[in-house]
Design a protein around this ligand. Structure first.
Ligand code: SF4
Ligand code: SF4
Length: 381
């Protein structure tokens, strides 16, 4: 059985976070059960973009600070690192409040930069991850619970994709293609390359809607912790009211027989589950229903049956960030106009995730619109 602990937290005030994290870790043996004096401990928050903590895009700095303090009190050296999807590491650290958290706790900020090649045993045989991530004695994973336009949800396992450095992320999106299942496989294989020591999920303020970059903050008031990030994700998903059939990562993990992939293999400790009952998060608009079509038909009808990105020309400033990040180079900017090649687009939604102006909108394919319209009529009858 995999143990996952839950604890409620009313707000991000430091005394409340310290109380909640201490209580959360009690069933797991406390922070000292994970840290040996002298350990170099890498704390990996979600540092997606330079957004303030109230936007719920990044892990809250109060949680980062308290975890770093507990690591140092247990005799470890605390490093806080990530490789942001957009913007410089220093700008993201400053705007998200994580730089201040590092300064106040005595931790050191470290940008993921130097890659080291690792040999995988699954589908992806060679993967480069940040050296400081690979060489850390212990890793504490601090994801934010958010909806995700490609993978439905991002939490513990998906947060570890940050160990892939900068532009290499786009290359991996391209290798996985438009298959959510293949991308889920990649994420699982990355999480298995270097086992994390502990995961603590920031779901005090989570994100619903068009996550992970442009969704709506939602008060959930919960911290979730466990050793196995997959088991933590399963619990986080149920608490967000997201069923497993909408989660390619969970489906892939079950198909591979990975430990912690099934609810029946997880023992919950701490605050009783019944007192933190699930809320149903609003899911991303761009999340397409799967119609159970055979792959050849789904490919042929891709543009009709799926949603695709489209720039809102009234808001877009033609900065080119989405074009530079687009894995299959489907975006072009010529003569002051942005266009997207729908046939090349793999629906990874990196453009929406990274656009600093929220200028990338969603357009539904013709058949998809018709089907949604029909289903609405059916309901209203
Ligand atoms: S859609 Fe956003 S990221 Fe892309 S060019 Fe326009 S403003 Fe820049
Ligand atoms: S246009 Fe956007 S969604 Fe399509 S492949 Fe490029 S980054 Fe991904």
């Amino acid at each position: 059985m995999e143990t996952v602990s839950l604890e409620t937290a009313a707000n991000y005030e430091l005394p409340e976070i310290r109380r909640a994290v201490t209580k959360l870790l009690e069933p797991l043996g406390g922070m000292s059960a994970f840290i040996t004096p002298g350990d170099r401990v890498l704390i990996k928050p979600n540092m997606l973009a330079a957004k303030s903590p109230d936007k719920a895009v990044t892990t809250h700095p109060a949680l980062v600070q308290v975890v770093a303090e507990l690591v140092i009190e247990s005799g470890g050296t605390a490093l806080i690192g990530d490789s942001p999807g957009i913007g410089s590491f220093s700008k993201v650290a400053e705007k998200s409040g994580i730089q201040g958290a590092a300064e106040r706790s005595g931790a050191r900020l470290t940008e993921f930069c130097d890659p080291v090649e690792l040999r995988g045993e699954g589908t992806f045989r060679s993967i480069q991850l940040a050296r400081c991530y690979h060489e850390a004695d212990k890793i504490i994973n601090l994801p934010k619970l958010k909806t995700h336009e490609m993978m439905t949800m991002t939490c513990a396992v998906k947060n570890l994709f940050g160990a892939v450095i900068g532009t290499e992320k786009a290359a991996w999106h391209l290798k996985a293609g438009s298959s959510r299942q293949m991308f889920a496989r990649l994420l699982l294989e990355i999480s298995l390359l270097k086992k994390t020591t502990l995961t603590i999920v920031d779901a005090i303020t989570a994100m619903e809607g068009n996550g992970p970059g442009s969704g709506t903050p939602i008060q959930r008031g919960i911290l979730i912790a466990g050793i196995n990030p997959l088991a933590v994700d399963v619990i986080a998903a149920r608490l967000a009211g997201i069923p497993s059939d909408l989660l390619p990562l969970e489906q892939e993990a079950v198909a591979r027989g990975l430990a912690g992939a099934r609810l029946s293999e997880i023992e919950l400790k701490g605050t009783p589950y019944a007192s933190v009952t699930a809320m149903t998060f609003t899911l991303p608009t761009g999340l397409d229903p799967r119609f159970g079509l055979p792959p050849f038909l789904a490919t042929a009808l891709k543009n009709q049956l799926t949603s695709y990105p489209t720039a809102d020309h009234a808001v877009c400033v033609l900065c080119g960030i989405c074009r530079d990040a687009c894995p299959p180079e489907a975006i072009t900017i010529t003569n002051s106009a942005l266009s997207i090649d729908k046939a090349r687009c793999i629906r990874c939604w990196c453009c929406r995730e990274l656009c600093p102006h929220d200028a990338m909108a969603i357009e539904r394919g013709l058949l998809l619109r018709a089907l949604k319209c029909l289903s609405r009529r059916k309901v209203s009858r």
